[in-house]
Structure formats: structure tokens, C-alpha cells
Write a protein that binds this ligand. Structure first.
Ligand code: NAD
Length: 359
């Protein structure tokens, strides 16, 4: 029987609660589809700090590199916010993405029919939304040097970061987006701020130049401020959205709300080779951690993306996604999705319903 080695990183806050749901389902679905998952839990983020004094312990990164895929829940919490930046949980996550060379972050946004009422937008605006945000993940302003805080001669403190992209960094993420557009509806919209930023002008020039290799893909460009507006005005116009690291961070959270809750959005991060990292878009939700209130569905859908993209187990992935659709159609909702007439459940009970739906 095929055995896949998976490093699981539960992290902080609601992370362990939603990871427990996902791993139970993964083990069941693997059994049903004739393969085995060898799960190797490791600490990361605040849990890494607590266990080993650093947010990305060397042994965790090593285990991730040696596995077939990495499944992450979420990191971060207020108790770590006063640590020096290199020891903050968020630094561990950035180091993990960089350490695995994960330059492409894929965030699909699909409206589940049963959840149309949970969106803050009107039904006619969001019906049939099916878009994919392709975000550059290990470049741009989150990594650019120089960065820091300095006190000037006048005694005033100044903080600064650098937004920088090389042509090869733009090309490799743009090619991922063109290829995915080709497999979907053939439309790619590249997001930048080329009217103001030099780095964005380079971005636009490179993406435009690459388009000659993809005559079957219809390329358009939007400034990021307009893209933010269009996402809530008429999200159905989008197929694939290509963004830099910062713009994608913001736009994908906005796009998440089209689905009704950030607790619904999965993501995949991929490199040129080696294991991918699969994780929900949301954070560790410290405000509801430990209260059995978390929505585990983004985590479960991330596990489905891992099965499909990371392990090539299409049928098992579809089975998990169908289980999610089924429990929602049956009216089960965690608090973040709750609407009148639905059945309120906690994180664990949602997991039980999913398990029953898999059977
Ligand atoms: P967040 O996504 O954790 O929470 C935002 C809001 O959404 C909160 O009200 C939270 O309760 C709710 N929410 C999020 N996920 C939910 C779920 N699955 N079910 C129900 N409700 C959910 O973002 P934040 O509050 O800005 O950040 C909290 C911590 O998470 C911070 O330490 C931040 O750095 C970290 N963070 C981590 C990641 C990651 O691990 N990839 C991403 C974003 C933020």
C-alpha cells in the first residue's frame, strides 16, 4: 500500500482543534481509498517557541523537507506579540515558506450554494463566483531589504520596508498563473500599482511580455485599488487573479468574505519542486481558541487540496469536498456561518458530521 509522509503543524490558537478534525478525516478517507498517511506532528509558531525557543525549530523544517506534503493549521497569538521579531510566530511561518521555496500561493474562492446567505453581499452579486488568487509568496515587501527602524539626527524615528521584485521572480509566479488560467476559464487578471510604483511597472512589463507564450489566455491588468473595488462590485468577472505578496495578502482576505467566512478558505503553497504546504487562509483566531467554536472547514478543504495537488489522490480529495458540501446542505453551521433555521454546532461536532458524511 502506498504510504505518504505528512508533516502536520497544528501551531497555535484554534490550530490544534481544527487539525484534530482534519487528521481524523484524512485517516478515514485514506483508509477508504487504499493508501496510508504517516502523520508526523511537529511544533511551529508559538508552539515552536514554547517547545524549543524558536518559531521554526530546525527539526521541524527538516521533517517538512523530508515529507511528501506539509499540512499547517495556524500560528500566532497575543502572548507572543511582544517577542523580538525573529522569535515571533509569524517569522517562523515566513521562514518555513522561504525554507521550502514556496513561491506560489494558490487561494481558490468558490461559493458553496448552501452558504450564499452567509455572505455580506447580495445573492445576485456572488452567485457562481469561482476564482483563484495566485499570490507571490516569498518576495516583495515582506522580504525586501533594507528594512528596519532608525532614529534620525533630529531624534525622529523612521520605519521602512522595501518592495522589490526581480524579473525572474515575476516570471516564475506569472507562469504558474498563466498555466492555471489555461486549465480553468482562460482569463488572467494581473494586479499591480504600476501608476505609482516602479516595482509594479516592472511586474506589468514582465507579465505583458510573457503573454505571447499564452495566446489562449486573455490577459488584463488592474490597479490594486480598482481590484479591491471590483472584487465586491462584480466578483464573477474574475477567473485567475495574479498578485504580488502584499496585494495578494489583502485581496485574498477580501475575496474570502465573498464566501461568508474566512473559515471557509483553503490554500496551497508550491515551489518548483519538493513538498507543498497546505493551510487555511485564516489565522489562529485567539479570540475563540479553546472554546470549540472554530470552523474547521477551511482546514478540511486545505487537506483536500493536499490530497489532490500534493499527493495526486483526486478521488479522496473529491470525497472530502463532497462531505463538506453535504454537511452544509444539511444545515450544520459553526458560529461564524450561522444563520436562522440552521443547526449550530461546535468544531468537534462539525468534525463528527463530516465523518458521518464520509461514510
Ligand atoms: P484571524 O484569521 O486569526 O481572525 C480574524 C477573525 O476571524 C477573528 O474574529 C476570528 O475569530 C475569525 N476566524 C478566523 N478563523 C476562523 C475559523 N476557522 N472559524 C471561525 N472564526 C474564525 O486573524 P487575526 O485576528 O488578524 O490574527 C490572529 C493571529 O493569527 C495573529 O497572531 C496573526 O499573526 C495570526 N495569523 C496567522 C496566519 C497563519 O497562520 N497563516 C494568518 C493570519 C494571521
Amino acid at each position: 500500500m502506498t504510504v505518504f509522509h505528512i508533516t502536520t503543524l497544528a501551531g497555535d490558537g484554534i490550530g490544534p482543534e481544527i487539525m484534530a478534525v482534519a487528521t481524523t478525516l484524512l485517516e478515514r478517507v485514506a483508509e477508504q481509498h487504499g493508501f496510508t498517511l504517516a502523520l508526523d506532528p511537529r511544533p511551529v509558531g508559538g508552539a515552536g517557541v514554547d517547545a524549543c525557543g524558536e518559531p521554526l525549530p530546525a527539526a521541524t523544517l527538516e521533517a517538512c523537507r523530508a515529507s511528501d506534503a506539509v499540512l499547517l493549521a495556524a500560528i500566532g497569538g497575543p502572548q507572543y506579540d511582544s517577542l523580538p521579531r525573529p522569535q515571533r510566530p509569524e517569522s517562523g511561518l515566513l521562514a518555513l515558506r522561504a525554507g521550502l521555496g514556496l513561491f506560489a500561493n494558490l487561494r481558490p474562492v468558490r461559493i458553496v450554494p448552501a452558504l450564499i446567505g452567509a455572505s455580506s453581499l447580495r445573492e445576485e452579486v456572488i452567485r457562481d463566483v469561482d476564482l483563484l488568487v495566485v499570490r507571490e509568496l516569498i518576495g516583495g515587501i515582506y522580504f525586501g531589504q533594507p528594512r528596519g527602524r532608525v532614529v534620525g539626527e533630529d531624534g525622529e524615528e523612521r520605519g521602512f520596508n522595501t518592495m522589490t521584485y526581480s524579473s525572474s521572480e515575476v516570471d516564475r509566479i506569472a507562469r504558474v498563473a498563466f498555466d492555471l488560467a489555461r486549465q480553468r476559464r482562460g482569463r488572467l487578471c494581473s494586479v499591480d500599482k504600476a501608476n505609482v510604483l516602479d516595482v509594479s511597472q516592472l511586474w506589468r512589463d514582465r507579465v505583458t511580455a510573457l503573454a505571447v507564450d499564452y495566446p489562449d489566455v486573455e490577459l488584463s491588468h488592474l490597479y490594486v485599488d480598482n481590484a479591491a473595488m471590483q472584487l465586491v462590485r462584480d466578483p464573477r468577472q474574475f477567473d485567475v487573479l495574479l498578485t504580488s505578496n502584499l496585494f495578494g495578502d489583502i485581496l485574498s482576505d477580501e475575496a474570502a468574505m465573498l464566501t461568508g467566512s474566512i473559515g471557509m478558505l483553503p490554500s496551497a503553497s508550491l515551489g518548483a519542486s519538493g513538498p507543498g504546504l497546505f493551510e487555511p487562509v485564516h489565522g489562529s483566531a485567539p479570540d475563540i481558541a479553546g472554546q470549540d467554536k472554530a470552523n474547521p472547514l477551511a482546514m478540511v478543504l486545505s487537506a483536500a487540496m493536499m490530497l489532490r495537488i500534493g499527493l495526486g489522490q483526486e478521488d479522496a480529495a473529491t470525497a472530502l469536498e463532497s462531505a463538506v458540501d453535504r454537511v452544509l446542505a444539511d444545515g450544520y453551521r459553526t458560529g461564524d456561518l450561522m444563520s436562522p433555521g440552521c443547526r449550530a454546532v461546535g468544531c468537534r461536532a462539525m468534525g463528527d458530521q463530516l465523518l458521518a458524511a464520509l461514510a
